[in-house]
Design a protein around this ligand. Structure first.
Ligand code: FES
Length: 265
């Protein structure tokens, strides 16, 4: 059963974010970038809030048995979770869903995101760099204190940010020149794979950029991890529906990572 009881090892404040390290050996072995952990965010004697929160881990170390999460305590459930001290025992269901697929021929990986799915991009960046892939990561946030600090990433990652709002991700994409300002190719021309972590309502302008900025508007080029509530995580409640070209799909079973071409806007 994919229920786990991680123990909090460490809790560290990073601006407005909290980095927590959990001891969870089975989970650290199992979880892949872009998979979700449905985490109970209430004490054992309370059902408030009732719904588990959907987290994308920022990293996992199978050898140490440790999972890292980066929390933005913006609402009471995540605030409770972020406040748990070392030694606290948690209640996690997962990993849920498919995760990102890193294609074997990928040499230049572009990552871009905003909001609660960004930690999944950090996780993917770490794994891709270990495989020798060149990685550019773009993150947009509302305020510098909401940006993941660079030390969470391998030094080889080219990391660019905007602190003027999550909706500014398309502008950041348009302004970026991977490899430095002397290269004329935009990031979509540079990349041979593109992975996003972004809420569905922020996707349309990015989709237009992909269509306009590359000839590779093809399945397999761009994937997106969609954050969102997953009430059951097992395909039973229909509470995580995502509209695709083939009809409604379940975020917890068919996602949370979808090919960008499959989504309907
Ligand atoms: S979370 Fe219940 S069906 Fe997906």
């Amino acid at each position: 059963m994919p229920y786990h009881e991680p123990v909090v090892l460490e809790r560290r404040e990073l601006g407005a974010l909290i980095l927590a390290r959990w001891l969870a050996p089975e989970l650290a072995h199992a979880v892949r970038p872009g998979q979700a952990l449905l985490t109970r965010c209430a004490p054992p004697d309370s059902d408030d809030p009732l719904l588990r929160r959907t987290l994308f881990p920022a990293g996992a170390d199978p050898h140490a048995g440790v999972v890292e999460v980066l929390l933005a305590p913006e609402e009471r459930g995540l605030a409770w979770l972020a406040a748990q001290p070392p030694g606290a025992r948690l209640d996690v269901y997962g990993p849920v869903g498919n995760g990102f697929t890193l294609a074997e021929p990928t040499c230049n990986l572009l990552l871009a995101g905003a909001g609660s799915a960004v930690p999944g991009l950090l996780h993917l960046a770490r794994i891709a760099v270990a495989r020798g892939v060149a990685v550019v990561l773009l993150v947009a946030a509302t305020g510098a204190e909401m940006l993941p600090p660079p030390f969470l990433l391998p030094s080889d990652v080219e990391y660019l940010t905007s602190a003027t709002g999550e909706a500014d991700l398309p502008a950041l994409l348009a302004a970026t020149r991977p490899g430095g300002p002397t290269l004329s190719r935009g990031p979509l021309g540079w990349a041979d794979q593109f992975c996003l972590g972004l809420a569905a309502h922020l996707l349309p302008p990015v989709v237009e950029m992909v269509r306009a900025g590359t000839l590779r508007w093809e399945r397999g080029f761009a994937q997106v991890a969609l954050p969102g509530v997953m009430p059951c995580g097992v395909g039973a409640c229909q509470g995580c529906l995502v509209e695709t070209r083939d009809g409604a799909r379940l975020g917890c079973k068919d996602g949370p990572v979808f090919d960008l071409r499959e989504l309907r806007f």
